[in-house]
Every structure is written in structure tokens, then in C-alpha cells.
Design a protein around this ligand. Structure first.
Ligand SMILES: NC(=O)c1ccc[n+]([C@@H]2O[C@H](COP(=O)([O-])OP(=O)(O)OC[C@H]3O[C@@H](n4cnc5c(N)ncnc54)[C@H](OP(=O)(O)O)[C@@H]3O)[C@@H](O)[C@H]2O)c1
Length: 302
């Protein structure tokens, strides 16, 4: 079976949902929440591996509060460096392969064009630094690893930018969104399907270990992403507030984010034959599904 840590997060919940949807043809999956197993607790990690005896572990757990990480440096280190290190060490002992998820924020954003796996990392904030340290710890502790760097993650579960924009579109007369940071919005559905497709090949011991990029196809800005979300919800809600482009300087945040964190995903496609869908298609699909569910619930209550 596949054992997922961080089962209550956006990706963790999507992995469980996608595994259920494809139960007949996939390896069974168990998702553990933080209260089941804290990855920064060596005993809890060992106990979980001993109890479940997984064929493969997916680490979907992480400290993901990019701005708070600037002050909660130790919490970010525990979740993003110490936790992955303990997990990788515990997997290495019985030879269990580990899929570990990392981020586009390990790059400083100064490159023109999408980042390759071989480009030098240079994180600009505490979150990116802690994730970079986590990658290094996984590589050092367990050679049987696949590290997947992804970006701008959104989906049906948990909290994300898409849900924030839906809330603002419902309540504000104008949305002001940063238009000078470029990246690849990635749906949890695409990412989970990719992870579940790779898993059997790692369980079979195929020599595909290493670091990969996997993100939604195409590149946009937060402003482009927000505009697409607002346009997709408008026919269902009747609300269409303008989305105004602003600069990073207009919206100062504690953490400095890369101006360009687009990821080149060709290596993943070559190795595993999978590419994510265009970010526009997934944004439209998920926006419509979330808004329809909300409207359905409201109609049911009324
Ligand atoms: N979100 C993005 O835009 C984005 C972008 C690039 C890469 N990523 C990476 O993608 C992966 C999945 O992210 P996500 O968006 O699904 O994050 P998420 O929704 O914030 O979920 C992370 C989960 O990990 C749990 N967690 C935190 N510390 C833990 C610990 N010590 N032990 C066990 N569980 C712990 C959290 O629990 P609590 O809620 O209780 O803390 C939460 O349920 C992460 O590696 C993240 O760095 C995310």
C-alpha cells in the first residue's frame, strides 16, 4: 500500500480522493493526518511505517505559510526540513521508496524562461530555504526518492488562491492582483494523478530516482490566474468585478517571492509520459465545480 503523510492538506485529500476513484486499478492508499503522525516526530514516523508496512511513502505534509515562515522560522524548519529528513531516514532502513513534494520557490526568479531541474536554486525567503533544505535532506538520507517540485497549487480541498478569489469575487467591487510574478498554476487533481501513476513504477524498483518538475501547462501571472477564475464564475454567479493589475511593490508581503518561477516539466514527461493539463482548463473546471456545489447547497438550504 501507499502511505501518505499530510493527509489533511490540499494534496493529501486529493490523493485519497483520486485513489478511491481509481481503486480497482491502483495500489491501495492510506492517508495519515498530522494528528495521526507528525513527520517531525521520529517515533511517530517509525510507528506509522511499522504499523502500515507501506510499499511506498508520499510526503504531502509541509509547512506552507509562505509569509508567516519569515517569523516562524523554526516551525518551517521542523515541517519542511526535519520532517522530510526523518521520513526519508525511516524509509531508507527498510528500502521503501519516497515521493517528496517540493516547490518552485526554491528558485530566485531571475531566470528568463522556465526553470530546469538542473538550474541552481537560490530561495528568496524562509519557506523556500526550508523546502530547499528538505530536498537536500531527502537526497542525503534515501537514494530511492523522487522529489517533485510543483507550483501555485489549487484544487477542491483545503485553502488556496482560487478559493480566496471566489470569496473576493462574491464580496468585493474590485480585485487588485499582482501582475509581475509569473508561474504555473497546478491543480491537485493533475498532481495526484501524476503521483499515483508514478508510484507503481517506483514500487517496481525502476531506476527513475531523482528530482523532477511537474506543474500545470502554460505560464501566467497571479493577475492572469485571478482574471480566469472571475471569468469562469461570472456566468454562474452573475458577479463580474474588475480585476485590476498591480505590481509586487503595490502589495508588499513579508516574504519576497520570485518574479518568475515557471517550471519546465519536460523531464517528467520524458520519464513518465505524463503532462499536466493546461492551467486554464483546470481553472475553469474547478471554479465551475466549486461554485455549482456552493449554489446547490444554498438552493438546498433555501
Ligand atoms: N500550496 C502551494 O501553492 C504549493 C506550491 C508549491 C509547492 N507546494 C508543496 O506541495 C505540497 C503539498 O502542499 P499543500 O498545498 O497540499 O499544503 P497544505 O494544504 O498546507 O497541506 C499541508 C499539510 O501538511 C500538514 N503538516 C504540516 N506540518 C506537518 C507535520 N509536521 N507532520 C504532519 N503533517 C504536517 C498540515 O497540517 P496542519 O494544517 O495541521 O498544519 C497540512 O494538512 C507541499 O510540499 C508544499 O510545499 C505547495
Amino acid at each position: 500500500m501507499i502511505l501518505v503523510f499530510g493527509g489533511n492538506g490540499q494534496l493529501g485529500q486529493e490523493l485519497a480522493a483520486q485513489a478511491r476513484a481509481s481503486a480497482a486499478r491502483s495500489v491501495p492508499l492510506v492517508a495519515l493526518s498530522r494528528s495521526d503522525a507528525d513527520i517531525a516526530d521520529a517515533d511517530a514516523v517509525r510507528r506509522a511505517l511499522a504499523a502500515h508496512k507501506p510499499l511506498l511513502v508520499v510526503n504531502a505534509a509541509a509547512y506552507t505559510k509562505v509569509d508567516l515562515a519569515e517569523t516562524e522560522v523554526e516551525a518551517a524548519r521542523q515541517g519542511n526540513e526535519i520532517g522530510p529528513k526523518l521520513l526519508a531516514q525511516a524509509c531508507a532502513e527498510p528500502g521503501v521508496p519516497l515521493i517528496h513534494i517540493s516547490t518552485d520557490y526554491v528558485f530566485d526568479g531571475t531566470k528568463t524562461g522556465p526553470y530546469l531541474e538542473t538550474d541552481p536554486i537560490a530561495p528568496t525567503g524562509s519557506y523556500g530555504c526550508s523546502k530547499a533544505a528538505g530536498e537536500a535532506a531527502v537526497r542525503a538520507a534515501n537514494p530511492r526518492h523522487v522529489i517533485i517540485r510543483t507550483a501555485w497549487v489549487y484544487g477542491a480541498f483545503g485553502n488556496n488562491f482560487l478559493k480566496t478569489m471566489l470569496r473576493l469575487a462574491a464580496t468585493r467591487d474590485e480585485l487588485r492582483v499582482v501582475a509581475d510574478q509569473h508561474g504555473c498554476p497546478t491543480s491537485t487533481a493533475d498532481l495526484a494523478v501524476a503521483i499515483l501513476s508514478v508510484a507503481p513504477r517506483l514500487i517496481a524498483g525502476e531506476d527513475v530516482w531523482g528530482t523532477y518538475h511537474f506543474a500545470g501547462a502554460g505560464v501566467t501571472t497571479w493577475h492572469g490566474f485571478a482574471s480566469r477564475i472571475v471569468a469562469a464564475q461570472a456566468p454562474l454567479t452573475g458577479r463580474s468585478p474588475p480585476v485590476t493589475a498591480i505590481t509586487t511593490a503595490d502589495y508588499p508581503t513579508p516574504a519576497r517571492r520570485p518574479a518568475n518561477s515557471a517550471l519546465d516539466c519536460a523531464k517528467f514527461a520524458r520519464a513518465f509520459g505524463i503532462r499536466a493539463r493546461p492551467w486554464e482548463d483546470e481553472t475553469d473546471r474547478i471554479t465551475r465545480a466549486l461554485v455549482s456545489a456552493q449554489l446547490g447547497k444554498a438552493a438546498h438550504v433555501a
